[in-house]
Design a protein around this ligand. Structure first.
Ligand code: HSE
Length: 318
């Protein structure tokens, strides 16, 4: 049976404005790809990384794509090892869940190879791979948050109700909901964007925030676009992190003026996302956001996507 596999895992928008560390959704593009080959010799080797401009380590203990696979193969006591080629299609420090996409692509590939060659050792429920993927985030930024890896792995919109014990819930999204994600060419490291946050918040802010979090989930479930929009307010994180993103306020105003339901920072930034109730609006929102960055002489990449329900996928057999 085939010993090589190629897997794509999607970018994700974490936090979704009001849900710091507890909400995220997957988009269709961009994403990372992994080509993985099963070997008789145990252990994990990164053969090559393409597209990272030499920025990522080849040491398997220092790269999210490999450390998670290593821990999986060790835990299930696989007799095999793997060799990995990583196609790093996503910019680093972008707020698009770049480290999560690599980790999930690696885990999905390794688990598919296990299913084929050591089925008794494979993991049969995707959620069970989540704790491994979270360890990749710990390596990448010092915190094992799940709001990128959970939607990258499970697809769709995911709520992390609890970390201890881990409890993740897939939330239905209404037909027509589209995301616009714009990545300005500015780098923000998640580790830094976390370190500037206040560790304590007022009861008043907490009350506003959990009202919005609950409102967003209710809006998604009921397909109530206005409620989704009203709930996309972040009074805790955005006021601090937006200072790291040049032009944030003007870009957000352009998105709202173009008809977005709501707009906020994607993950830890600098990418900014908006939600809209149909694709044409999401595209118009994107044009307006990109023009605003352009007027500030900031280049950007634009992605418009429905909510990716699939998560990782095998893209061809080799
Ligand atoms: N919830 C994480 C954060 C996501 O905001 O730091 C990082 O992409």
């Amino acid at each position: 049976m085939d010993k090589t596999i190629r897997v794509f895992a999607p970018a994700t928008v974490a936090n979704v404005a009001c849900g710091f560390d507890i909400m995220g959704f997957a988009i269709d593009n961009p994403g990372d790809e992994v080509v993985m080959q099963l070997c008789d010799k145990p252990g994990v080797v990164i053969k090559r990384i393409i597209g990272d401009e030499g920025k990522l380590p080849l040491d398997p203990d220092k790269n999210t794509v490999s450390i998670v696979v290593k821990q999986l193969l060790e835990q299930v006591q696989s007799d095999y090892g793997v060799e990995i080629t990583l196609y790093k299609n996503m910019p680093l420090g972008s707020g698009l869940g770049s480290s999560a996409a690599s980790a999930v692509a690696g885990l999905h590939a390794a688990n598919e190879l296990l299913l084929r060659h050591e089925p008794e050792k494979a993991i049969h429920k995707r959620e069970k791979l989540l704790p491994f993927a979270m360890e990749g985030e710990r390596l990448a930024c010092g915190s094992a948050h799940a709001d990128n890896v959970a939607p990258a792995l499970m697809g769709g919109f995911v709520l992390v109700r609890s970390y201890d014990p881990l409890d993740v819930i897939r939330i239905p999204t209404p037909e027509g909901l589209f995301a616009t994600v714009i990545h300005p060419h500015v780098e923000v490291q998640t580790r830094d964007a976390r370190s500037i946050l206040r560790k304590q918040i007022s009861l008043e802010d907490a009350t506003i925030q959990w009202g919005n979090t609950a409102g967003l989930i209710a809006g998604l479930w009921q397909g109530d676009f206005e409620l989704i929009g009203r709930s996309m307010q972040d009074v805790i994180i955005e006021p601090i992190r937006s200072l790291l993103i040049p032009g944030f306020d003007s870009v957000k105003i352009s998105a709202m003026n173009a008809g977005a339901l709501g707009c906020g920072i994607s993950g830890s930034g600098p990418s900014i996302f908006a939600l809209s109730k149909n694709q044409p609006t999401a595209e118009e929102v994107g044009r307006k956001m990109q023009n605003t960055f352009g007027a500030l002489n900031i280049d950007s990449d634009l992605y418009v996507s429905g909510i990716n329900q699939q998560g990782p996928r095998i893209i061809n057999e080799q």
